[in-house]
Design a protein around this ligand. Structure first.
Ligand SMILES: CC(C)(COP(=O)(O)OP(=O)(O)OC[C@H]1O[C@@H](n2cnc3c(N)ncnc32)[C@H](O)[C@@H]1OP(=O)(O)O)[C@@H](O)C(=O)NCCC(=O)NCCS
Length: 206
């Protein structure tokens, strides 16, 4: 295939050309470090087959079935956890979900690193918990797992992106379509991109 490169057009073309010719990422040098996935590759493939054939086609009401499949593949899943069939769990053995937590439709738990979700927490539909990334300042584009920790009694509302390495404190609400790139404190309502605490979560009649 031809080597497609960006052609600079501005006055300072020389500087831009030098910049464009620098090596930023050379994917021929990329390799997944040994042990990074936490299980042998056949086991990872087996999970993807089980996910495709037994987890995703399962009727919505079969919550216990999906809890059992996740536990079979090494996840720690508490009592009464509700997980929808359209939720995606990349590596179950790097996930723990506390009692009575809910994982909604089309949620992705991209568990390259550990993802911990506390008891009674809700991850609403289409949210993406991204526990991994690449070191974009290394030419080999090294892959990294970075733990996400969601406390107990947290509500991550619809379509929220949670970045690698982030923690969210107990009882906090993250508003719909927020982007969480920094840790969020406990007991707050947080919104926006980047998500910030705007007020306390003050409960009625407590
Ligand atoms: C975060 C949320 C719970 C806040 O509810 P609330 O405490 O009643 O807050 P308010 O509606 O009074 O909003 C407070 C301010 O934040 C803004 N705001 C609220 N939610 C926001 C969001 N998701 N993104 C950006 N701004 C938001 C409001 O416009 C308001 O701003 P203003 O004071 O300038 O008018 C709610 O807005 C939300 O995102 N709910 C999730 C809905 C959802 O995902 N449902 C499906 C899953 S079951």
């Amino acid at each position: 295939m031809s080597d497609i490169r960006w052609i600079p057009k501005t006055k300072d073309a020389q500087t831009e050309r030098e910049t464009s010719e620098r090596v930023y990422q050379d994917l021929s040098r990329f390799a997944v470090p040994p042990g990074f996935r936490g299980r042998p590759s056949w086991f990872v493939q087996l999970w993807w087959i089980v996910d495709a054939l037994l987890f995703r086609p399962s009727p919505q009401v079969m919550y216990a079935w999906r809890r059992s499949l996740l536990r079979l593949f090494g996840a720690q899943v508490g009592a009464g956890v509700i997980i929808r069939p359209s939720a995606r769990v990349t590596y179950p053995w790097k996930v723990s979900i506390g009692d009575h937590a809910w994982i909604g439709d089309d949620v992705t738990l991209y568990s390259l690193g550990q993802i911990d979700i506390g008891a009674h927490s809700v991850i609403s539909q289409k949210s993406y918990l991204c526990a991994g990334d690449h070191d974009h300042l290394q030419p080999d584009f090294a892959i990294r797992g970075r733990r996400i920790c969601i406390g107990a009694q947290v509500w991550v509302a619809s379509d929220v992106f949670v970045a690698p390495g982030v923690s969210i404190g107990d009882g906090t609400v993250v508003g719909a379509r927020s982007t969480v790139v920094h840790d969020l404190p406990a007991g707050m309502i947080c919104i926006g991109n980047p998500a910030k605490a705007i007020k306390r979560r003050v409960m009625r009649g407590v």
